[in-house]
Design a binder for this molecule. Structure first.
Ligand SMILES: [Zn+2]
Length: 273
């Protein structure tokens, strides 16, 4: 990924998305920002322990860096996909208020001037761009999202609604928590097993824990990335962020490692106005 220094922030661009003239996107690190320790930096979540005023200031930093207003549906750790469209005469504020009542773990839009935005802290951000039809999508791939094949579901929704073809999409995945840090229980594996696509692409690792007992670990980044490939995204059009959020606490926030700070780092994708 490519690092960019913004005003009071440092964000990362996927290389193949960075050359797209109409596209704005960024995976924001925790560097910069206004949050006090232990959140220090650019935490965008107002509901996980940080001072909400700091989180709002940080969201404004993100919006300014992208040059887009931030728009978010209500995340529920499911696999619903919503279309983000501005109703006639609707203001951005009205639209934001409306979307707060829409539960979804993926958003897509073909409208310029809207920054699809969520905060992440271990769940994988999945960014999709159709350069032919100019459609963008942002999905939230935590373990439940991945078990529900949220990435492929988003691609299907883009195809049905806009006519996107998977092989033409540009995709970016991560950063998210990986098998080095993410211990899960058998119920997680059983949930993946219930969905054939999710089961085939899942990346579990079996190894001994610190006490020498057999334990199960999940790579959230790789599981989501492999699902996109299975859904028809070309390998050369997929870029996967290398960092594990549990390990790279200097750059990101991790819910799993929340003993330090249960923050969220911002991710945006949108079409330039
Ligand atoms: Zn790790």
């Amino acid at each position: 990924m490519i690092e960019r220094q913004g005003d009071e922030c440092v964000y990362l661009l996927y290389e193949h998305l960075s050359g797209e003239a109409d596209l704005r996107h960024g995976v924001f690190t925790r560097k910069g920002g206004h949050s006090a320790p232990p959140f220090n930096g650019l935490n965008v979540a107002a509901t996980t322990g940080d001072d909400p005023a700091s989180a709002r200031r940080n969201q404004a930093v993100v919006a300014r860096a992208m040059g887009l207003p931030l728009i978010s549906a209500h995340i529920v750790h499911g696999n619903e996909v919503c279309v983000v469209e501005r109703a006639a005469d609707e203001s951005i504020e009205q639209m934001r208020a409306r979307l707060r009542h829409i539960s979804a773990d993926a958003m897509m839009t073909a409208e310029p001037g809207l920054g699809l935005f969520w905060g992440f802290g271990d769940c994988a951000p999945i960014l999709l761009y159709d350069p032919r039809l100019r459609v963008v999508a942002l999905a939230h791939g935590g373990w439940r999202g991945a078990a529900g094949a949220i990435g492929p579901r988003t691609i299907s929704a883009m195809s049905e609604r806009f006519g996107s073809r998977p092989e033409e999409l540009l995709a970016g995945v991560g950063p998210a928590i990986q098998a080095c840090c993410y211990r899960v229980n058998e119920q997680v594996r059983a949930t993946f097993a219930a969905n054939p696509l999710a089961a085939e692409s899942a990346v579990f690792e079996q190894r001994a824990d610190a006490e020498g007992q057999p334990a199960l670990y999940l790579d959230v980044t790789a599981s989501n990335a492999r699902q996109l490939l299975a859904a028809g995204v070309r390998p050369e059009r997929l870029e996967v962020a290398p960092w594990c959020t549990g390990c790279a606490e200097d750059l990101f926030y991790s819910h799993r490692m929340r003993v330090h700070a249960d923050g969220r780092f911002g991710v945006v994708i949108g079409l330039a106005a």
